[in-house]
Write a protein that binds this ligand. Structure first.
Ligand code: RNT
Ligand code: ZN
Length: 414
């Protein structure tokens, strides 16, 4: 144990905060790391499928993973520089197979190499149907498409991902979240929003009709404000999915980039948690719009972490990340982003929570201001350094050297 940690521990104890307990709490939190940062949301389907759905990473930094093997090697490196035990969040179009199944033909075996890899490393897996990057998403309508044939195709895809997710969860002995995000929306002002929303609701019902074992897989639904090409109306809006999740008892996914830019997404947690049992987060950093920048340890992320801790929502919130930046080292983007989420959580765990709450109950707004502001100067960094040291993960300049060395190794990829 380092001297600076010892000193920090004593300082936190003065504030009635137990730094050891904070470390223990942090090591119990798994972050679901999104596979799609590693290859710019390209996927590994054999036939090309770049059309439809409006998700696009920008940038051309060298080193993009081109195969499942490269992606797993990059993830192995990233996880080795992230303290703690975490999860990989896999999208259906990252199948690892010599076959070329269309989305409505995918089966568990197309993902088996990922499960074996995860099992070997003690990682959990989460899963996602892929409703974009496909010709049948070219109209920016999938589950809400007016054409029943197109809806059926996507319903079949989604239903299969639920079976696959359940099997993954069973194989790994760890609940697999299957998150549904569809790009469905309208570029220009629609006249029949109701019909589109009824179609989405019914398609979701059909897709999720088969009962699954909740301990194996958890359905989640992700709302969005707008996307490129669907500026006028998103069928799966926040109100739509909040209602759906509450009524059907599925998890609600809140993506930090999917709201009006000045909305406080952290503020939503306590509200939605009163109506919805399970929450999934897509922690992201929108810049002016849903730009999916690498998350920083900024006010938004710290507010999110503080709400999770102070509202007691950690046990029923799955923390996933969702960003993709192709202008920088992709492995660095993972490592720095995940660690920022962890640092924000640690900071929240180290705040004098009960004292702050008590002061607020007493309506002493002055004392709340003093305590909250003075607490900013507590030695959080020493506790984080201890967390990394115990997990054998580097910090600071030695982390920088590791990240740069790995990037140099993969830079020659074509
Ligand atoms: C898109 C959603 C969605 C995707 C991933 C790849 O705006 O945020 O979560 O980013 O499914
Ligand atoms: Zn998202």
């Amino acid at each position: 144990m380092s001297k600076s940690f010892d000193q920090a521990k004593a300082q936190f104890a003065d504030w009635q905060v137990d730094a050891e307990a904070a470390l223990a709490a942090l090591s119990a939190i798994s972050i679901s790391v999104h596979c799609w940062q590693g290859d710019d949301v390209g996927g590994f389907e054999r036939k090309s499928g770049t059309s439809g759905g409006g998700i696009q990473a920008t940038g051309n930094h060298p080193g993009r993973a081109r195969t499942p093997e490269e992606l797993r090697a990059d993830l192995d490196f990233a996880f080795s520089r992230i303290p703690g035990r975490h999860r990989l969040n896999l999208h259906a179009f990252y199948m690892d197979t010599d076959e070329s199944p269309d989305r409505d033909q995918i089966e568990y075996r197309h993902f088996r190499p990922w499960v074996e890899w995860a099992r070997d490393r003690g990682l959990g897996l989460d899963f996602n149907p892929t409703f974009f990057a496909h010709a049948k998403a070219d109209d920016n309508l999938t589950l809400a498409h007016p054409d029943a044939g197109i809806r059926d195709f996507w319903i079949e895809h989604g239903a299969r991902t639920r079976d696959i997710a359940a099997q993954i969860g069973a194989e790994l002995g760890s609940q697999c979240v299957n998150n549904i995000w569809v790009p469905d929306g309208f570029k220009d002002i629609p006249v029949d929003r109701m019909a589109a929303r009824e179609r989405l609701w019914q398609s979701l019902d059909r897709m999720m009709a088969k009962p699954q074992v909740r301990a194996q897989m958890l359905d989640a639904v992700e709302s969005k404000l707008f996307g490129i090409g669907v500026e006028a109306c998103t069928v799966g809006s926040h109100e739509f999915y909040l209602g759906y999740a509450a009524k059907k008892d599925v998890a609600l996914c809140l993506d930090m980039g999917h709201f009006h830019p000045t909305e406080n997404v952290a503020d939503k947690l306590s509200s939605v948690s009163l109506a919805v049992q399970d929450i999934l987060l897509h922690v992201s950093r929108p810049m002016r719009w849903d730009s999916d920048h690498v998350i920083l340890m900024n006010d938004d992320v710290m507010a999110m972490a503080q709400e999770l801790v102070f509202s007691g929502l950690l046990p029923r919130t799955k923390i996933g990340l969702d960003y993709f930046d192709a202008t920088i080292s992709r492995t660095t983007a993972w490592v720095i982003g995940v660690r920022n989420m962890q640092k924000a959580l640690l900071r929240a765990l180290l705040l004098p929570q009960s004292r702050l709450k008590e002061i607020e109950r007493k309506m002493d707004n002055t004392a709340r201001l003093i305590l909250a502001e003075e607490a900013r100067d507590l030695p959080f960094a020493a506790v984080w350094a201890e967390f990394c040291a115990r997990a054998d993960a580097p910090t600071g300049l030695s982390l920088m050297k590791d990240l740069e060395t790995y990037q140099a190794k993969v830079a020659g990829r074509g």
